[in-house]
Each structure stands twice: as structure tokens, then as C-alpha cells.
Design a binder for this molecule. Structure first.
Ligand SMILES: Cc1cc2nc3c(=O)[nH]c(=O)nc-3n(C[C@H](O)[C@H](O)[C@H](O)COP(=O)(O)OP(=O)(O)OC[C@H]3O[C@@H](n4cnc5c(N)ncnc54)[C@H](O)[C@@H]3O)c2cc1C
Length: 453
């Protein structure tokens, strides 16, 4: 007899009969610790998260999700839901409870006539983009193609198309949802509109979504996109220019500015941009960004949309030990700029970066059918991803970083929380350099391969 954690926080016995009962009604596998596949299923993108559910229900369809929810409700156990498993906080997996794993639900159907796509919750953006781009269509997805369609859309969803087409959740037309009482409901503007409103930004708190129907738009296959980089000595000028640039960008442009360390260990300030309209128009619209400085690195040019969507992937490999914090800033004030430069100057690791994700244009307009207030509001998202490779060491710098966070908050106007820094052993600097080199060369070869195809 094993044990499982209840919603009251207490452990309760989990009998073989209960598990057999669930396994007998679920079409997908039910896994316990020690079963083949158990560890693969509980491991998620962030290697820092090492939780062990007492039970994993690997659902293959909506009926399985209903069965799993009914089992959880009847037994009163703690539940977590796994979609694309990219929650940095590890919310997809619970300790000692039951994980409802949706990663096997990979159904994806594109309707080019209606310009819609229906995706099940195990689909990742790379899979979604590949299918929709075959029809010359796309919708706003994340800037990392390995991220899950499910969690990103339910949380709002920022991406390279957000300036033109709004957040991912603004493009959601309909969702099928299993609610806590085990009902399978449809939510749209006309059916269960309150639930539909809550799903668009309310994250995973209103039921388990078993399918998402999105509006698609004509995009690509080629877009003008890439990155420019400048030396840190020019960071103030570059960010002041960036502030002005994003205020006047057309809807087609979306950007991320950031502080990074190059493979040679040199700290730079970079701006990545994507123009999702015509090529000539894109070249013209990004001309100022390429001319300013001039930059020490300029990789902006025509590139397949799917390749650009995957361009940052190699920088965020699975299994590394990540610590992220993010916040909103309403404006990139001079004080915020100097604070960010100071912060980056003191990062102890070449793997730590500070990124500023633009939330402008369509992403910033209130859609006809308003989204839940927890979806991303106006401003600039400021995040600090930091990756560490095994062997595992406790995040020794987190206390120091948290002190830094409090200090930041007093100076970064409009922040609701803020960035966190992580220390990395020297060896990781070399690994990070290699990662960035790989990223560049893989990006070039992916681009070349796709262009010549
Ligand atoms: C490398 C990286 C890059 C990122 N880039 C971006 C970006 O560009 N733009 C952006 O907006 N975000 C970005 N994110 C954040 C990301 O969108 C969120 O972490 C999102 O929640 C991940 O969704 P997921 O399905 O992959 O993750 P999961 O960890 O599986 O799920 C995240 C949350 O959603 C819940 N959930 C998942 N599926 C369902 C479902 N079907 N029904 C109900 N609840 C569900 C989970 O329980 C969990 O609480 C990025 C994250 C990473 C790690």
C-alpha cells in the first residue's frame, strides 16, 4: 500500500485496488514510482524541479481527462496538470499527489479555408508552426518553439506576432474544458462566455483544457528578422534608442532587447526583432535599428518564420537548472536603464541574461472580448533567465540575489516583482560560450537549409 497527498495536505493510503480501478478505465497508462517511463514523465524542462507524484495519469483523450478528474475529486488528492512542461516554477508536477499528464495528446488539425487550427494540449509551438506554415499561416506563439501551446495560451502568450495579432489568448476562438466536477464543456464568446474570459489569461485555474481552436493569419514563409548587438559601453545610448524605436514601431514589428554574454565572454547589449509583413517593407522598417551605432553584430535579414521561431531554442535546453524572475515596467526610464546596466554588470555567470520583451501595439490594445486581467498588461516584460548545468548544486546565490531583488524594486518604477541572479561555476562559462556558438551556427545552418529547400 502506497500513500498519496490529499488536498488537505495529509497523506492517505493509495490501495492497489484504487490504482487498478483507474488503470482499467483510462486508455493511457497509469504510472507509479518505479514503473518504466515514470521518471521521463515527471521530469520537466527546468532541471531544478525534482518532484515525485504518487501517481501519473497519462491521458490520451478528453475522456481520459474526465476519468482522471473524477478519480482525483472522489479521492480528494492533490492534482497538477502537465502540458508542454515549460513552467519555470514547475507547476506541471506535484510532490506526492497525482499528475495529469497531457503530453501524449498531440492532435492538431489546420483548416486553411477557415484559417483556424485546433490543437490538443500536448502540442508544442514548433509542431504548431510547422503545420500552420505549410499553409502560409500562423498565430502568436512563444519565442521558444519548445514551449507548450496550452500553458502559454492560458497565461496570455507573448510572441513575435503579438504586435500585429495580439497575445496568443486573443487568437483563441474556442476551447474544450474539463471542469472540476468532471463536465466536458465548450467555451467561446457564445458558449460559457465567463469561462472563456477566464481561460484567456487565467492560466490553469479554471479547468483542464483538452483542445484549443485558434484564429490563424497569413505570415511568411519568409520574414525579416534577426539580432543586432552593441558593446556594453554603449548600453545607455542603445537602450535610449530602443525606447524611442519601440514607441514608433509599426504593428508588424516585435522586439526583445537584452543583456547577454558572447561566446568569447564579452558582455553585450542586443536587440532581436521580427517584422511579420512583406520583405521590402520589413527591410525598410528595420533599417534604423541596423544603422544605429553601427552594431558590432548585425544578423537581421530575410529568414523563414519557423527558423526564427526556433532561433533561441538552443539557448534554453531542457534539463538545465534555471532560475527566472520577471516583472512589468510601464516605461524604460533612464533610471531603469542604469539600474539594469548595474545589475548586469554584477552578474556572476555568463549564463545569466536580462531580457526586455516588448508589449506594444496589438498586444497592448484591449481586445473586443476582453481577456482576464491576469493576462499580460501593457508595458515591457523584464525577465532574467539563468541556466545551470548538472551536477546539481543548491542555488547558493539565491539569498544574495533576493537581497538584490528588493533593492531593485525600490528603483524600478512600476515593478511588481523583479529579476533574480544566479551564480554559476566558472566551468559553466565555457559551456555557455559553446552553447551560444552552437546557437549561432545552428541558426545559420537551419536558415540555409530551409532557404535552399
Ligand atoms: C524557454 C522558455 C521561453 C518562454 N518564452 C515565452 C514567450 O516567449 N512568451 C510567453 O508568453 N511565455 C513564454 N514562456 C513562459 C511559458 O509560456 C509558460 O511557462 C507556460 O505556462 C508554459 O506552458 P507549458 O504548457 O509549456 O507548461 P506546463 O508547465 O505544462 O504548464 C504551465 C501551467 O499551465 C497549466 N496547464 C498546462 N496545460 C494545461 C491545460 N491543458 N489545461 C489547464 N492548465 C494547463 C499547468 O498546470 C501549469 O500550471 C517561456 C518559458 C520558457 C521556459
Amino acid at each position: 500500500m502506497s500513500e498519496i497527498r490529499g488536498v488537505d495536505g495529509m497523506s492517505r493510503p493509495l490501495g492497489a485496488k484504487d490504482i487498478r480501478g483507474l488503470a482499467g478505465t483510462l486508455s493511457g497508462p497509469v504510472l507509479e514510482p518505479g514503473d518504466p517511463g515514470y521518471d521521463d514523465s515527471r521530469r520537466i524542462w527546468n532541471g531544478m524541479i525534482d518532484r515525485r507524484p504518487a501517481l501519473i495519469a497519462r491521458c490520451v483523450d478528453a475522456a481520459d481527462v474526465v476519468t482522471a478528474v473524477n478519480f482525483a475529486r472522489a479521492t480528494g488528492v492533490v492534482v497538477s496538470v502537465r502540458g508542454g512542461d515549460h513552467s519555470a516554477a514547475g507547476n506541471a508536477v506535484c510532490e506526492g499527489g497525482m499528475m495529469i499528464d497531457l503530453s501524449l495528446m498531440k492532435g492538431l488539425r489546420v483548416d486553411p479555408e477557415a484559417r483556424t487550427a485546433r490543437a490538443e494540449p500536448g502540442v508544442r509551438w514548433a509542431e504548431f508552426d510547422a503545420a500552420t506554415q505549410r499553409e502560409g499561416l500562423a498565430t502568436t506563439g512563444g519565442t521558444n518553439s519548445d514551449t507548450g501551446v496550452a500553458g502559454l495560451t492560458l497565461g496570455g502568450g507573448l510572441g513575435w506576432l503579438a504586435g500585429r495579432y495580439g497575445l496568443a489568448c486573443d487568437n483563441l476562438l474556442e476551447a474544450e474544458v474539463v471542469t472540476a466536477d468532471g463536465q466536458l464543456l465548450r467555451a467561446s464568446e457564445s458558449e460559457n462566455p465567463d469561462l472563456f474570459w477566464a481561460l484567456r489569461g487565467g492560466s490553469g485555474n479554471f479547468g483542464i483544457v483538452t483542445s484549443f481552436t485558434f484564429q490563424l493569419h497569413p505570415v511568411g514563409p519568409m520574414v525579416v528578422a534577426g539580432l543586432v548587438a552593441h558593446p556594453m559601453e554603449r548600453a545607455v545610448e542603445v537602450l535610449r534608442f530602443y525606447r524611442q524605436f519601440v514607441e514608433t514601431t509599426p504593428d508588424e514589428i516585435n522586439t526583445i532587447a537584452g543583456f547577454l554574454t558572447t561566446p568569447d565572454g564579452v558582455k553585450v547589449v542586443a536587440v532581436a526583432a521580427c517584422h511579420c509583413g512583406g520583405i521590402d517593407e520589413g527591410e525598410q522598417a528595420l533599417r534604423h535599428l541596423r544603422e544605429f551605432g553601427p552594431p558590432v553584430l548585425d544578423e537581421i535579414g530575410p529568414v523563414p518564420y519557423t527558423a526564427f521561431q526556433q532561433g533561441l531554442d538552443a539557448n534554453f535546453p531542457r534539463g538545465r537548472r534555471y532560475y527566472w524572475k520577471s516583472t512589468m515596467v510601464r516605461e524604460l526610464s533612464d533610471d531603469a536603464i542604469s539600474q539594469l546596466i548595474e545589475l548586469f554588470d554584477s552578474v556572476p555567470s555568463a549564463m545569466t541574461a536580462i531580457l526586455l520583451q516588448q508589449l506594444g501595439n496589438a498586444a497592448n490594445r484591449v481586445p473586443q472580448q476582453p481577456r482576464s486581467p491576469t493576462a499580460t498588461p501593457a508595458g515591457t516584460a523584464c525577465s532574467s533567465p539563468a541556466g545551470r548545468t548538472p551536477p546539481r548544486t543548491p542555488p547558493r546565490s539565491s539569498g544574495r540575489a533576493r537581497r538584490g531583488v528588493r533593492y531593485d524594486r525600490s528603483r524600478l518604477a512600476g515593478c511588481t516583482s523583479t529579476v533574480l541572479l544566479t551564480a554559476t561555476p566558472k566551468k559553466s562559462v565555457a559551456r555557455s560560450a559553446a552553447t551560444m556558438r552552437d546557437w549561432r551556427s545552428s541558426r545559420r545552418s537551419t536558415t540555409r537549409r530551409t532557404c535552399s529547400a
